[in-house]
Design a protein around this ligand. Sequence first.
Ligand code: ATP
Length: 282
Amino acid sequence: MENQLAISVRGLRKAYGDNVAVGGLDLEVARGEVFALLGPNGAGKTTTVEILEGFRQRDAGEVSVLGVDPARPSQAWRNRVGIVLQGTGEFDDLTVAEVVHHFAGFYAAPEDPDKVIARVGLTEKARARTHSLSGGQKRRLDVALGIVGQPELLFLDEPTTGFDPEARREFWDLIRDLAAAGTTIVLTTHYLDEAEALADRVGVITGGRLVEVSTPDRLGDRHEALATVSWRTPEGAVERWESATPTALVAELAARYGGEVPGLTVTRPTLEDVYLRMIGQR
Ligand code: ATP
């Protein structure tokens, strides 16, 4: 089982003075999996991920990333791990192409830099200086630098913050391509739709602990949640019922109204609904 795991964490702990940022966290991510870490501001996501990346030292716990303890990272291990931090993206007077070519030189088996630039949708900006890029374009450059080494495991910290809707969709396609090619991906995000669109499993961190790990459709027993059926009565009021058998209720309403039910909607809790309940915001 161990070698099927890209990441294995047991009892991870990290405190900053009296502030326990991560308080006994267990986590397993399989090879080839797309795993999203969700959690409110200050929950401990970045601390956890940066320990996994080898950028922060832990106080306690066992951590294995691609079979290596990231507290003692080797150059060979660094070559296998790609990292997209929250906003780097400015390299003075260098152009996009120069920066990506330069970073490619750090890796043993880099992807063709021009292909990487095309994959992140920056071909038209290849000759632009990085300081002239928009926020979303800088983020795409960050992603290019994270993948140019053809990593086995890619960490993405809030990768689409600042993207316009079209750029997000393109980015999601890119992540799906990488996942289809076998790259393991760990991302943190505050966008629930992003987690739902990309992740095989999501983990919710609050107060430095992983409170649930599940597929997006089953988080918080969402798949068993009651459906809410609402419609408009002849008097114009909105009637709202919760039901485990919404189809039967809709059939009964259709019979009652003799056809179309005015203003009919049938909804189930979204990932955002169950997430907000889980972190105590609803
Ligand atoms: P966000 O969603 O806002 O990025 P997060 O889940 O990534 O939050 P962390 O950045 O891991 O949360 O922070 C967890 C806790 O640890 C917070 O209380 C934070 O203030 C604290 N913390 C994080 N980094 C440091 C640091 N370098 N020194 C002191 N305290 C820190």
